[in-house]
Design a protein around this ligand. Structure first.
Ligand code: AMP
Length: 537
């Protein structure tokens, strides 16, 4: 028997109607280093409507792909809403990608229109001649430099374009399975791979984020997402804020610690989010200023890379709950969140769950399998590749037939670790980064965590280095804290009672910084290559 329920479609039109009619008084604060704009959700929804209808008037049909090359600004947010809600498809390009990758993804996604803001315009114009499919360039924001006259496409200013639109808020009905937003993976292991989120997947993921087991957002919250909109849609956090009616503080073009701390003081957010590097920089700044608080912030959702125990503890001592989250571009970001269960009474238990990558959120399922594909028990001890499936997990890559990263409807994440009987995920390594020494596996994330706990160490990356006897041995590239000194002998000695003797790195390299990918993750592939090429020695 079919249900008697109405067959209304989930998606961006429904979200925008809610943001306009119900949460209309909540605000978006776009705060740059020297600029500050405040707009209500109602105003943002109307301007998003103008954008969609202006493109309609210009004759760009539904399904047109619109690339954005911009910071975390109000205009970018309007595009993030108005493009998909009007039936077009948004493609947020990562401004930190290499030119060749930008060209590749813009062509691959068939972007025809680009919305580019002032600070990114010069760079974009240098790549634009390589994009023959480009028909319209929309320049957003004040003080944009001039567009070179040789660019052979129409050019319009964003504000002028909006004047040609109507604040159409009677958004179209869109099939919830249609593509709404395209994102590409970072491309560390070859060409970036595209994922097309549907209206339904965006909606469900935003609802999941709002729940107390995830980020826990309501109309009492003020959210500071220190996550660029081009990194997995800003983890979907802006959609969740619009859904919950939480004020949204957009950091504009800077994610630097000084700027974030200024926002924390001037716009008092209650919830913040971002990768560990960002929150580690903020912590250093807070300490250097002799402060012991982060204003009104009570929760920081931290993920995208392993969150160290020392980082969460430091925030905890300031009365802030730092929750680790795990996810990927392919899973629409946050898929597990390390909330500590009520049965964890002892400090040891609390630390155990806090150090996990998180408990899988309701709606998604995880399992562990050997690299050969045999499903292993979710018992917290069987180590294998983590598989995941669910309504906001991709089933394939855009324009690709290759199904090697999928197995029986599950996505093979490439993360190696365990899942326990309560759905807590523990990631020990990326399959490609694993160190196998004499046939035994050394979990690089656990070894990094141990090294990072040394007071002189600011950051560290452990990679496999070839070894004639053991096939592979761990090598550690260490960044020391400013003003601190240490040596390989001292670090090795210090590790002796903390990890198994054979885990102690055979090679120590001291460096000023670690190479990072376009989304700010440590680029271990490049580190391995630099070691091979003798650049690091
Ligand atoms: P991306 O698609 O760029 O977001 O990268 C996804 C990958 O980042 C995951 O497959 C993990 O390898 C890594 N990652 C994300 N969150 C965490 C976390 N909390 N701890 C360890 N690794 C993480």
């Amino acid at each position: 028997m079919l249900s008697t329920m109405q067959d209304r479609q989930l998606g961006l039109p429904l979200l925008l109607r809610h943001a306009h009619r119900v949460n209309g008084k909540s605000t978006v604060i776009s705060h740059g280093r020297s600029t500050r704009h405040v707009a209500t959700f109602a105003m943002v929804a109307e301007r998003a409507g103008r954008l969609g209808s202006a493109l309609e008037h210009l004759g760009y049909p539904r399904g047109t792909v619109v690339g954005t090359f911009a910071g975390s600004t109000q205009e970018h947010l309007e595009a993030y809403l108005g493009i998909p809600a009007s039936g077009r498809i948004l493609h947020t390009l990562n401004v930190r990608l290499h030119d060749d990758h930008l060209e590749y993804i813009a062509r691959h996604a068939s972007d025809e229109i680009f919305i580019v803001d002032g600070p990114n315009l010069e760079r974009f114009c240098s790549i634009a001649p390589r994009l023959p499919g480009m028909r319209l360039l929309i320049v957003a924001g004040k003080d944009a430099p001039d567009v070179p006259p040789e660019l052979s496409c129409d050019v319009v200013l964003y504000e002028e374009l909006l004047l040609n639109g109507t604040p159409e808020i009677d958004w179209p009905e869109i099939d919830e399975r249609e593509a709404a937003i395209i994102c590409y993976t970072g491309g560390t292991t070859g060409l970036p791979k595209g994922v097309a989120y549907s209206h339904r997947s965006l909606w469900l993921q935003a609802m999941s984020l709002c729940t107390a087991n995830a980020v826990g957002m309501s109309c009492e919250s003020r959210l500071l997402p220190a996550v660029p909109l081009y990194h997995v849609n800003g983890w979907g956090l802006p959609f969740a804020a619009l859904m919950a009616g939480a004020d949204l503080i957009m950091p504009d073009h800077s994610m630097r610690a000084e700027h974030l701390l200024a926002l924390i003081d001037e716009e008092p957010p209650t919830i913040a989010a971002g990768v560990p590097t960002i929150w580690s920089d903020v912590l250093d700044l807070v300490r250097s200023r002799g402060r012991a608080d982060l204003g009104a912030v009570r929760t920081i959702c931290c993920g995208g890379a392993q969150v160290s125990q020392s980082l969460s503890d430091a925030y905890r001592s300031m009365g802030i709950r730092m929750v680790q989250a795990w996810g990927m571009t392919e899973t629409s970001s946050v898929s597990a969140v390390a909330t500590v269960p009520r049965w964890a009474q002892s400090e040891e238990d609390r630390l155990h769950y806090q150090a996990s990558q998180g408990r899988v959120v309701c709606g998604l399922e995880v399992r562990v399998a050997s690299l050969e594909g045999e499903v292993l028990p979710s018992d917290g001890t069987s180590v294998g590749e983590i598989h995941i499936r669910g309504p906001w997990v991709t089933g394939r890559y855009l324009g690709a037939d290759d199904q090697s990263e999928f197995q029986d409807g599950w996505l093979r994440t490439g993360d190696v670790g365990t899942v326990d009987g309560d759905g807590y995920v523990f990631v020990a390594d990326r399959a490609k980064d694993a160190v196998k020494s004499g046939g035994e596996w050394i979990p690089s994330l656990a070894l990094e965590e141990a090294i990072r706990n040394h007071p002189a160490v600011q950051d560290v990356a452990v990679v496999a280095i070839p070894d004639p006897r053991w096939q592979e041995r761990p090598g550690a590239v260490v960044v020391l804290r400013p003003g601190h000194v240490s040596t390989s002998a001292e670090l090795s000695e210090w590790l002796r009672d903390k990890v198994a003797r054979w885990w102690i790195p055979s090679l120590w390299i001291f460096s000023d910084s670690l190479p990072r990918t376009a989304v700010g993750k440590i680029d271990k592939r490049l580190i391995r290559q630099l070691i091979r090429d003798g650049v690091y020695s």
